[in-house]
Design a protein around this ligand. Structure first.
Ligand code: KG4
Ligand code: ZN
Length: 364
């Protein structure tokens, strides 16, 4: 049992500037006291992707005000805060520097401990904040920069079971949208277009399906979409809808195979766990086809499917504050003020780096 903790979280690893105050009670339950997220979508949309320099500048401009706002909404001052948690990787280095330096400055000025948090750990522990999940559980992280299947064993204890060997799933959505002339970000646009499409029209590849490892690959799918679009030139709205629907079907089948294997492995290795759970995180978790696929898969394998509310699946500072609270409560040491941001920082340091995986290193 640890005393109640109030943690200030800061997140600036990609294109969201965010600050939050989270409470962790004696029993380990969590409550978000104040939470603000400023998306930079508009700043980047003209470029069809995140521009690192624009992102870093936007973080500098917004962060102070957002921290004040988060404290105000939580009805606390810095005096009431037990520790500061700032994302220090992985992500875009300019943004990470802004958030971590701000965290260090507050820690220095207030004398409170600083936790340099791995952004992926924030995603991994969110289900304990929202659903009070117990360890161990499986997490599928599907965002613009990551596609990973992670075994969450404890605070600071993670095993990466699978990762993409090329594009992240969100990246595949974004690239597909771009080559079909759909707006950025591509995921919601592809999902919208797919609604009226015929998912059977194109038989797109499902790389690595059947493979014994648990890795993912999406670049071949993107190439197949390009070839289909080129062969139909000029493409009609109906073609676009059919391509998007077929693309989503290929992804659903891929995930069914890959994640299904992960669930089987979990059963084999952790058969004594009473209520095994699969958690989904990352922006792609907004996709209804994907959610339905994962839900059906979990039903089939008798797993609990946990999908935190969307604003906590996408990038936010509550998850960073919560990760800091969990580290503090678990007795893990705070970081020194000399801690450096890391654009690359695998959650599972024992896992091999796979060629091409997370190559953007930008988004998580
Ligand atoms: O987690 P997130 O908000 O940001 C980072 O990647 O850090 O994820 C953004 C990604 C983008 O690639 C976006 O296209 C994708 O999530 N996305 C979706 C949907 N909404 C967002 N992909 C598929 N379907 C959606 N509805
Ligand atoms: Zn993220």
């Amino acid at each position: 049992m640890s005393p109640p903790l109030r943690i200030l979280g800061i997140e600036t690893s990609c294109d969201e500037t965010a600050a939050s105050v989270v409470l962790r009670d004696e029993e380990g339950g969590g409550r978000i006291l104040g939470d603000v997220v400023l998306s930079q979508l508009e700043e980047h949309s003209a470029y069809g992707g995140v521009v690192p320099e624009i992102a870093a500048r936007a973080h500098v401009e917004a962060l102070d005000t957002l921290i004040e706002e988060a404290l105000l909404r939580a009805d606390v001052t810095l005096k009431d805060i037990d520790a500061i948690a700032a994302t220090s990787g992985p992500g875009l280095i300019g943004g990470l520097i802004v958030g971590l330096m701000t965290g260090k400055a507050i820690a220095r000025a207030t004398g409170k401990p600083l936790y340099a948090v791995n952004h992926l750990e924030g995603h991994a522990l969110t289900a304990r904040l929202t659903d009070g999940l117990s360890f161990p559980y499986l997490m599928l992280l599907v965002s613009g920069g990551h596609t990973q299947l992670i075994l969450v064993k404890g605070v600071g204890d993670y095993e990466r079971w699978g990762t993409t060997i090329d594009d992240a799933l969100g990246e595949a959505f974004d690239k597909t949208a771009k080559l079909l002339g759909l707006p950025y970000p591509g995921g919601p646009a592809v999902e919208r277009a797919a609604r009226t499409g015929n998912p059977e029209r194109f038989d797109f590849p499902r790389p690595l399906v059947g493979d014994a490892r648990l890795d993912f690959s999406f670049s071949g799918l993107k190439t197949a979409v390009r070839q289909a679009a080129q062969s139909l030139e000029p493409v009609t709205d109906e073609d676009i809808a059919d391509i998007c629907a077929s693309f989503q079907r290929a992804i659903a089948r891929t995930l069914k195979d890959r994640v299904g294997r992960g669930l089987k492995r979990f059963r084999a290795e952790y058969g004594s766990v009473d209520a095994p759970a699969l958690v989904v995180a990352g922006g792609v978790a907004a996709n209804q086809t994907l959610r339905a696929t994962l839900q059906a898969l979990c039903d089939e394998h008798r797993f609990r499917f946990v999908a935190p509310p969307l604003q906590l699946c996408t990038d936010n500072a509550a998850m960073i504050a919560w990760a800091g609270a969990e580290r503090l409560a678990a007795g893990l040491p705070a970081d020194g003020l000399d801690v450096a941001p890391r654009s690359r920082w695998p959650l599972d340091t024992r896992a091999q780096t796979l060629i091409g995986s997370g190559k953007r290193g930008a988004k998580a």
